[in-house]
Design a protein around this ligand. Structure first.
Ligand SMILES: [Zn+2]
Ligand SMILES: [Zn+2]
Length: 280
């Protein structure tokens, strides 16, 4: 990172990071949207979790705020690179400094740290004093599309961007580890907002997979607000008793559907008020 920064300067670095974030968004959210929503939409209509797609206005809202989020994320990238140049964090450039086994371990540590960071910051942003200012923008999508993956108010975007600056002062991080983490995070984030349940019906019954979240899990969070706060793993929701009481039942019902499903009335954004936000 420091090498790139010295070559292109802060302005160039910001532009490259913002462009890369945009490309990542278009590739992951756009491709998923095109394949699942456009190409296979009719075939998979029985797998629509809420029985229908969100309206187009909501999708435009999700894209607008995601583009804004990338400005915040790019600034966070500059902050991490600046910290590295000045020796304020543990970001390193040569893989040989810590070796390949550590590189792989650091990806796992980053994912585990982010899972905990996300759960607790997410619950914090659901506190009634913070919800409207930080998190309401994301919850405008009560039936989200893949484009909602980065649809955050700039204040929430600052919180979400905090994971790399935090991790980089706790343990050594190479840019390859960050890159792999970003691929995993973006894939799971897009999958969580897919609106179609594509996980197999045995997923929550098997001890090999039931520790991982599904699309239904995050979709229920967008619909009911005060449950299912976790991102990748079901660990913190289980420990804190915050899983939706009918999560497993709902997942099994949707994932085993084989025919069209009746429409469910969408909760409108107008119904969203800070009183809906669950207190920590
Ligand atoms: Zn969401
Ligand atoms: Zn939330």
């Amino acid at each position: 990172m420091s090498e790139l920064l010295s070559k292109v300067g802060y302005g160039g670095f910001f532009g490259i990071v913002w462009g890369a974030l945009l490309l990542r968004y278009v590739l992951f959210a756009g491709l998923t949207f095109w394949i699942v929503w456009i190409l296979l939409g009719k075939k998979l209509s029985h797998k629509l979790i809420q029985g229908k797609k969100p309206d187009k206005k909501k999708i435009l809202h999700e894209i607008r705020y995601s583009l804004l989020t990338f400005f915040v994320f790019a600034l966070s990238g500059i902050f991490v690179a600046w910290s590295q140049v000045n020796g304020y964090n543990l970001v390193y450039d040569r893989v040989s400094d810590y070796g390949v086994p550590y590189l792989l371990l650091s990806v796992v540590m980053l994912i585990l740290l982010h899972d905990t960071y996300f759960y607790w910051t997410h619950r914090m942003m659901h506190h009634k004093s913070l919800f409207k200012h930080f998190h309401l923008v994301h919850h405008r999508s009560t039936n989200p599309s893949p484009w909602a993956a980065f649809s955050f108010h700039p204040l929430e975007a600052i919180v979400e961007a905090g994971i790399i600056p935090l991790a980089s002062v706790i343990f050594p991080l190479h840019q390859t580890a960050m890159f792999v983490f970003f691929l995993y995070m973006t894939s799971l984030n897009v999958l969580g907002h897919l609106s179609y349940e594509l996980f197999p019906s045995w997923f929550l019954k098997s001890p090999f997979t039931n520790w991982h979240n599904t699309t239904t899990h995050h979709n229920l969070h967008h619909r009911f607000f005060n449950c299912n706060y976790s991102l990748y793993f079901n660990f913190w929701d289980k420990v804190m008793g915050t899983n939706h009481e009918k999560y497993k039942q709902t997942f099994e019902e949707i994932s085993s559907r084989s025919s069209s499903y009746e429409e469910i009335g969408e909760v409108t954004a107008a119904e969203i008020t800070s009183k809906d936000a669950a207190a920590v």
